[in-house]
Design a protein around this ligand. Structure first.
Ligand code: NDP
Length: 295
């Protein structure tokens, strides 16, 4: 198949690399040299504009920061809509918001183009290993068309419901991730002040009921080593918690725990550089507590 991929960021690039191994791939990136470097490594084609990328493509995949950038990419003389053929499919792997995805789906449907929201989880390591979880929102027909394509980088591919259901799932997942990071940082600051060594505490916690993906995987690899690599921007996590909170409000629900985690994530951004990683939240909580968890 002819596949176009737009958005070669931290997670988009490894996803696109797997597609290049199975399909006739053309890529577009806002910053052109990024696309040129990617093409040099994979042998795929580079499009000058979103329109050129979409022209002749059976499916177009987008992986941008938010749904707003995806919607904007449709428009204008060089936009996706100018190149997309009736009968083609847009797969949006952005961690988006359900309402904007529904509006995008309607805009595309008017041109005879199908749409699925298909955000992913598993991080950049999962993308490198083609082991992402892909949560798909759309019609059963659109899911059936998208599924073999996203299998190139996805291990668990699930049809969540209509357009927007994938975005909702992803936003809630990441809101729970934020809860677990904030809760870990606060709990382990307490333990550090109480004189309990972090390595001992993490071994006990991970054999006990307070454990999570954060404490089992992220903390040993990144916090206790002091590595704190940049793999997922904190601003993106903050955006995801915001989407979950907006959804809760639209549905008339109170979500005080998610709200508190969102406040921690959002507040941490004020103390960090713009490109900070999401786990840097831990360092902000440490600074405010006057401790270093790893000792
Ligand atoms: P990055 O910030 O690394 O990359 C963003 C990409 O979007 C870049 O290609 C960037 O282009 C492009 N872009 C930014 N703004 C625009 C715009 N206005 N118009 C066109 N292109 C634009 O983000 P990630 O790759 O980390 O994240 C992408 C999506 O995947 C997000 O929704 C994120 O929440 C989600 N995600 C990320 C994970 C991760 O571990 N990183 C994990 C799971 C989901 P340019 O090169 O020009 O800046």
């Amino acid at each position: 198949m002819r596949i176009a991929f737009l958005g070669l960021g931290a997670i988009g690039a490894p996803m696109a690399r797997h597609l290049a191994a199975h399909h006739d791939l053309i890529v577009w990136n806002r910053t052109r040299p990024v696309a040129d470097a990617f093409a040099a490594g994979t042998g795929c084609a580079v499009a000058a504009t979103p329109r050129d990328a979409a022209t002749g493509a059976d499916a177009v995949i987008t992986c941008l920061p938010t749904s707003t950038e995806v919607a904007a990419l449709l428009e204008g003389a060089d936009g996706l809509l100018a190149g997309l053929a009736s009968g083609s499919l847009v797969i949006d792997c952005t961690s988006g918001d359900p309402a904007t995805s529904r509006a995008t789906a309607e805009r595309l449907a008017a041109a005879g183009v199908a749409f699925v929201d298909a955000p992913v989880s598993g991080g950049t390591n999962g993308a490198e290993a083609a082991a992402l979880t892909v949560m798909v929102g759309g019609t059963a027909g659109a899911f059936a068309r998208a599924e073999p394509i996203v299998r190139c980088f996805g291990k668990l591919v699930v049809h969540m419901g209509p357009v927007g259901a994938g975005d909702a799932m992803k936003a809630v997942n990441n809101a729970l991730l934020a809860v677990n990071i904030a809760a870990f940082a606060e709990g382990f600051s307490v333990l550090a002040k109480a004189g309990v060594p972090a390595a001992t505490a993490i071994a006990v916690l991970n054999a006990s009921s307070g454990r999570s993906f954060v404490t089992e995987k992220l903390v040993p690899e990144r916090v206790l080593t002091g590595r704190f690599p940049l793999t997922f921007r904190l601003s993106l996590l903050d955006k995801d918690v915001g989407i979950a909170l907006d959804l809760a409000r639209q549905l008339g629900l109170d979500a005080p725990v998610l709200d508190a985690a969102g406040a921690v994530a959002h507040g941490a951004r004020a103390d960090l550089p713009a490109d900070a990683d999401y786990l840097d939240i831990v360092q902000v909580v440490e600074r405010r507590a006057g401790v270093q968890i790893r000792g």
